[in-house]
Structures are given as structure tokens and as C-alpha cells.
Design a protein around this ligand. Structure first.
Ligand SMILES: CC(C)(COP(=O)(O)OP(=O)(O)OC[C@H]1O[C@@H](n2cnc3c(N)ncnc32)[C@H](O)[C@@H]1OP(=O)(O)O)[C@@H](O)C(=O)NCCC(=O)NCCS
Length: 282
């Protein structure tokens, strides 16, 4: 996410519309940033592995192109379609934290690259997009389905949060989760390894029974991406790869009827404070 945040920002001086903040210029910038996000993530991964980056192909879809640029192999139709569905499921979701920060940045009449850079930084945190990586680390920590329930009892007993559960808006099952759950099951079966899916279903049942909380979008996306052989530290960048479409649409909507976001804050600290000169402070 650090590399992606910096790279999105660095794209701006290369964009022919850098000076434009009108709808047509912003749409062109949105298309370019959306396309280049895939290339940045895949190239970054290949470079750190000591491999050459692979140029995108014009005959592949956005989803298939990303998987191709990552592995060097054209994905089969089923995997390409599943990844496309995962991208669509993550593409936009109301005024979530990263979208809000994109809109706040746009509302100062700053530019598209700055707004998307703000959003990437906001998505990174484990309470937001970073949760999908945290889910995979938890599954690896647990190790096998028979240890899942004990692990959850211990974590909830210690008042720790379980990544991939709970949501500010959904107090029921996140409607995106069942699609990813089916995908996780099907891809696990296809690869002859259902352990991550089985562990996930045990965790889901236990957290529901103990806390009444259900899975959010991040929970089954972890085992789904793992089954696609995507490295865990790319899960959150992949969330960004999808959400960049929603972010850009929100930036354009914000600018179409702009007003500066400027929340009030109420000061509740002590009233009168005497000024103490620096040399007199202990
Ligand atoms: C998403 C999230 C930040 C929403 O937070 P929120 O709306 O502020 O809800 P709160 O953190 O106030 O939680 C309300 C209650 O549910 C509990 N809770 C919420 N999410 C929980 C989780 N993942 N595991 C365990 N308990 C959880 C809280 O501890 C709190 O319990 P309490 O009332 O007994 O203190 C929160 O659910 C969370 O941290 N989830 C894990 C991270 C995650 O998956 N994020 C991706 C979201 S798509």
C-alpha cells in the first residue's frame, strides 16, 4: 500500500490532463489511474521478486490483465471471471472512510491524483481495507479447522476484535459476503484444498454465536484471493485496484456540486490555561 500510495501520486506529472479539473479531464484521468493501478501493483510485485514487469495486453479484460501481469500466465476464463466479480463487489460502497477522504480532498478543489492518493492512504488501515490481509494472517495463525473455535473463544475472551467481522453500516450479514463465500468454496474445491474455506465457516459460526456479528466483505475475500495464488500483502492493494473506480466517480460527483467539507469540533478541555515561558517549563 505504501508503494501504491506513492506511485499513484507520482503518476500525476505524467498525466496530460494534470492541469484540468473539469468533468471530461477528470474522466480521462480516472480511466488512466484505474488502468495504471493494475500495472503498478503487478509490476511492483514482479520487481520485488527479481522478475521483469509485464506490459498489459489490449485484448484482455481489466481483471484478466491484472492476473496476467502478475503471474505472466493468462488466467483461465473461470478465474478471470471470479476475479472480475470480486473487483465489482469491492468497487464502491457509499461513504466509507477512504471514499470520504477522497471527497474531502476533492472538496478543496484539489486534483484527482491527490484525492485518490488520500483514499489509498485511508484504505490501508486494518479497520478498513487492511482487514482482508489480517484475515489471512489469522487463518494462517490458526493453522487447521479443528483449532478455529478455541482460537475465537480465546480472542473474544481477551476482548480482541476478529478481522473480517462487524461493520459500521451492516448489523446483518454483509450482502457481498455470500458471493465471496461461494467463490472461496468453489476455488478451494478446484484447487483440492478446502482447509481455508472450512476454517472460515467454523470461525463465522463461532463469532456469530458468541458476539452476534457476521462476516463482512473482507472475510471470505481472504481465502478467495489465497486460492487464486495472490500473495497476502497484495490483498489490500487489490481492494484499492477495485475501489479506485468508486473513488473517482465520487470525486467527479463531489466536483459537480462542490462545497468544502469542514466539520466543526467542540473543545472540551480545561478553560483558562496560563502561558508558561519555555525556560520555566519543567
Ligand atoms: C468495522 C468496524 C471498525 C466497525 O466498528 P464500529 O461500527 O465502530 O463498531 P464498534 O467497534 O463500536 O463495535 C460494536 C461492538 O461490537 C464489537 N465488535 C465489532 N467488531 C468486532 C469484531 N470484528 N470482533 C469482535 N468484536 C467486534 C465491539 O467490540 C463492540 O462490542 P461492545 O459493544 O461489547 O464493546 C469493526 O466492526 C471492526 O473493527 N471490525 C474488524 C475489522 C474489519 O473487518 N474491518 C473491515 C470492515 S468492512
Amino acid at each position: 500500500m505504501d508503494a501504491l500510495r506513492t506511485s499513484v501520486s507520482a503518476l500525476s506529472p505524467f498525466d496530460p490532463d494534470v492541469e484540468k479539473n473539469d468533468p471530461a479531464g477528470n474522466l480521462r484521468k480516472a480511466h488512466r489511474i484505474t488502468a495504471k493501478t493494475a500495472t503498478i501493483i503487478a509490476s511492483y510485485h514482479r520487481l520485488r521478486e527479481g522478475q521483469d514487469p509485464i506490459a498489459p495486453r489490449t485484448d484482455l479484460s481489466h481483471a484478466a490483465n491484472f492476473l496476467y501481469m502478475l503471474s505472466g500466465k493468462e488466467p483461465d476464463a473461470e478465474i478471470a471471471r471470479d476475479f472480475d466479480v470480486a473487483l465489482v463487489l469491492h468497487a464502491d460502497h457509499g461513504f466509507n472512510a477512504s471514499t470520504f477522504s477522497a471527497r474531502v480532498t476533492a472538496s478543496t478543489l484539489s486534483d484527482m491524483h491527490s484525492a485518490i492518493t488520500s483514499a489509498v492512504g485511508t484504505l490501508k488501515g486494518p479497520l478498513h481495507g487492511g482487514a482482508n490481509e489480517a484475515v489471512m494472517h489469522m487463518l494462517e495463525d490458526i493453522g487447521s479447522a479443528d483449532k478455529a473455535e478455541k482460537y475465537i473463544v480465546e480472542k473474544l475472551g481477551a476482548k480482541e476484535k476478529i478481522p473480517g467481522f462487524g461493520h459500521r453500516i451492516y448489523k446483518v450479514l454483509d450482502p457481498r459476503a455470500p458471493y465471496l463465500k461461494d467463490m472461496s468454496h468453489r476455488l478451494g474445491q478446484r484447487g483440492g484444498n478446502l482447509q481455508w474455506y472450512e476454517m472460515s465457516t467454523k470461525i463465522q459460526a463461532k463469532v456469530k454465536a458468541m458476539k452476534g456479528l457476521d462476516a463482512n466483505v473482507d472475510f471470505y475475500s481472504a481465502s478467495t484471493y489465497h486460492s487464486m495464488n495472490i500473495p497476502t500483502d497484495l490483498f489490500t492493494p487489490i481492494f484499492a485496484l477495485s475501489r479506485v473506480a468508486g473513488w473517482s466517480a465520487h470525486v467527479m460527483e463531489q466536483l459537480s456540486d462542490n462545497r468544502l467539507y469542514r466539520p466543526d469540533a467542540e473543545y472540551v478541555g480545561p478553560d483558562r490555561q496560563e502561558y508558561v515561558p519555555l525556560e520555566k517549563r519543567g
